[in-house]
Design a protein around this ligand. Structure first.
Ligand code: AMP
Ligand code: MN
Ligand code: MN
Ligand code: MN
Length: 290
């Protein structure tokens, strides 16, 4: 079995809220020394075929990927799926249902911004959208930076678009059990994405991990672009406690916005079992160039 030294199993393309194409990401992953790659667009597998072809062209091994938006305990949680059949009908249908409602939500976000004097946000955000079914807060954030309302996207997510601030529209995403089942029944492994990003109490977090396991979830992101070293250590402990496979990904969105580039993360703690070892038969191996 191949030993991987630098897997990056979390990033976004123009198919969701990234700014690079799957082809550009594959080239950037290669340049960053990545040896196993997955494109994990939000709620959408429309980029998988292109990513797979681009990985092959770059000589990169590839796992199919997706990042499903879930509502758990009234909070948005992201579940990464890896190594599934991206043509699986139930998965494709479930993701379409999950994407549904993004349009009306975006209109409401724009109406809230309009009410505080920021006009044209819907049209402004749309300019950044690569996939009309996937208008997201990131596209609004880019508009608010472009128009000088905020200095950068980090400032946007402090002052706008988050709970209690203008432009926040609560939304019901997929159910945890559904997301885990779509991924698992399509032959993949479900992984809790960037667990340190949620604002759960210890009890709620315990419930998330327990219920995720009960539904058949098997992995957790330990090393991600949005974890500090301390957070990675804490979720390494959670992986040990809940006997979860460990994943690693940059969550790269854009050269200008993401502070962690593809392949530029710390390694996983050596005692954890990497999620890709459980997906060996699901890896699309790049054919050696002739
Ligand atoms: P949505 O799915 O429309 O709610 O948008 C969620 C996306 O917004 C995430 O996937 C991130 O790309 C982005 N986002 C959320 N919070 C932050 C943050 N604090 N800083 C930067 N980007 C963020
Ligand atoms: Mn995103
Ligand atoms: Mn996420
Ligand atoms: Mn992500």
């Amino acid at each position: 079995m191949t030993t991987y030294h630098n897997p990056d199993l979390h990033c976004h393309s123009v198919v969701s809220d990234g700014t690079l194409t799957p082809e550009e990401l594959a080239a950037r992953a290669k340049a960053g020394g990545v040896d196993l790659w997955a494109l994990t667009d939000h709620d959408e597998v429309g980029g998988q075929q292109r990513a797979l072809a681009a990985a092959r062209a770059q000589g990169l091994d590839y796992l199919t990927g997706v990042e499903v938006s879930v509502t758990f305990a009234d909070t948005t949680v992201h579940i990464v799926g890896l190594g599934f059949d991206h043509t699986d009908a139930r998965l494709v249908e479930g993701l379409a249902e999950t994407r549904d409602g993004r349009g009306p939500r975006a209109r409401e976000m724009a109406a809230q911004l309009e009410a505080i004097g920021i006009a044209g946000a819907y049209e402004g955000a749309l300019k950044y959208v690569g996939n009309p079914a996937l208008i997201s807060r990131t596209h609004f954030a880019r508009f608010l930076v472009e128009t000088g309302v905020c200095r950068d996207t980090a400032e946007v997510f402090r002052k706008y678009l988050v709970e209690g601030k203008p432009g926040f529209v609560p939304h019901r995403w997929a159910r945890l059990g559904d997301a885990v089942r779509w991924i698992t029944e399509a032959g993949g492994i479900a992984v809790i994405a960037h667990p340190a990003r949620y604002t759960f109490s210890a009890t709620e977090e315990y419930a998330l991990f327990s219920e995720f396991r009960q539904h058949g979830g098997r992995g957790v992101e330990v090393v991600t672009g949005s974890h500090t070293a301390q957070e990675a250590a804490r979720y390494a402990d959670m992986a040990r406690e809940f006997e979860l496979l460990a994943s690693r990904g940059s969550d790269f969105h854009s050269p200008g916005e993401s502070h962690v580039d593809l392949g530029r993360m710390a390694p996983l703690p050596a005692d954890l079992t990497p999620v890709w070892t459980a997906l060996a038969d699901r890896i699309h191996t790049a054919e050696a160039a002739v």
